[in-house]
Design a binder for this molecule. Structure first.
Ligand code: SF4
Ligand code: SF4
Length: 268
């Protein structure tokens, strides 16, 4: 498949490399700085007029790509809110472990400072967890909120937004809690919440769940819980139930006495 903003709506590495809005790695270490990922020659220039420090130039013709003067940029974030193409971000390379990324956010409800969120890349895919450090929504931003999240430094060139915050009502939260406490594996005393946690941590099969939680390894050897675990897997992963059943059996399928085995031995 062809890459690039014209074909996928996502700027390719090549396009970003050839644009004039990406600051140097050295500048990113000095504090927040604009990263202008505007790679299509379109008639647009609000960013140029909106920067109070003259750090963005488009000039004539209006279809020129924006040029960033990284020395003049203070990382104030005004252009992030004012760009109609939502193509401007701020990156702050804080340390070897941590970086901050700032982006426009136009969904309700707004996140709160301190919230843990799913940080996503340009394609909207979850890349890592982030923590909200700043939420700005002054009247001048005309309802385009500007959110800053702290993320692991390794993802600072990928993360460009976050997943929407889904706030649940107290009733929904209570239902969720009740559901999570349903007993699934009686022998090992495991709840639906325990099984869902194992899936969130990467388990994709009944054996995977078993290795993480011991579900199905108790006295009944999965007779009561195996189908329930399979159903939770099917619901959470969105795949047919038949894909998970039957699980891999290992002898003995159920406890038997040594006498049963002895009775089947040939007499010498
Ligand atoms: S972050 Fe502020 S100073 Fe930097 S380019 Fe944008 S508006 Fe100008
Ligand atoms: S305002 Fe945004 S979309 Fe328009 S030219 Fe500037 S960076 Fe590109």
């Amino acid at each position: 498949m062809k890459e690039g903003v014209r074909y996928t709506g996502i700027a390719s590495e090549e396009e970003l490399k050839n644009s004039f809005g990406i600051p140097s790695a050295a500048r990113m270490k000095q504090g927040p700085v604009a990263v202008i990922e505007c790679v299509q020659e379109i008639p647009c220039n609000p960013c140029e007029g909106t920067c109070p420090f003259g750090a963005i130039t488009i000039g004539d013709p209006i279809t020129n790509l924006p040029h960033l003067n990284e020395t003049l940029c203070t990382g104030c974030g005004t252009c992030v809110a004012m760009c109609p193409g939502q193509a401007i971000f701020l990156v702050n390379d804080l340390s070897e472990q941590e970086a901050e990324v700032t982006f426009p956010f136009e969904y309700w409800p707004l996140p709160q400072v301190g919230d843990e969120v799913d940080a996503v890349n340009r394609a909207g895919e979850v890349v890592c967890k982030g923590r909200v450090t700043k939420v700005r929504n002054p009247v001048a931003y005309k309802n385009t909120c500007v959110v800053t999240i702290s993320i692991p430094n390794a993802f600072k060139d990928d993360v460009r937004s976050m997943k929407r915050v889904i706030k649940q009502t107290p009733m929904e939260l209570a239902e969720q809690k009740e559901r999570a406490s349903q007993l699934v594996c009686r022998c090992e005393e495991l709840t639906r919440g325990d099984i869902e946690k194992a899936i969130d941590e990467g388990a994709t099969t009944i054996d995977g769940i078993k290795r993480r939680t011991r579900a199905g390894m108790g006295l009944c050897q999965g007779k009561s819980c195996e189908r329930l675990v399979a159903r939770i897997l099917s619901e959470k992963l969105g795949r047919p139930l038949a894909e998970f059943l039957p699980a891999t059996y290992r002898a003995p399928v159920r406890p038997i006495s040594m006498g049963v085995i002895a009775d089947n031995c040939e007499k010498e």
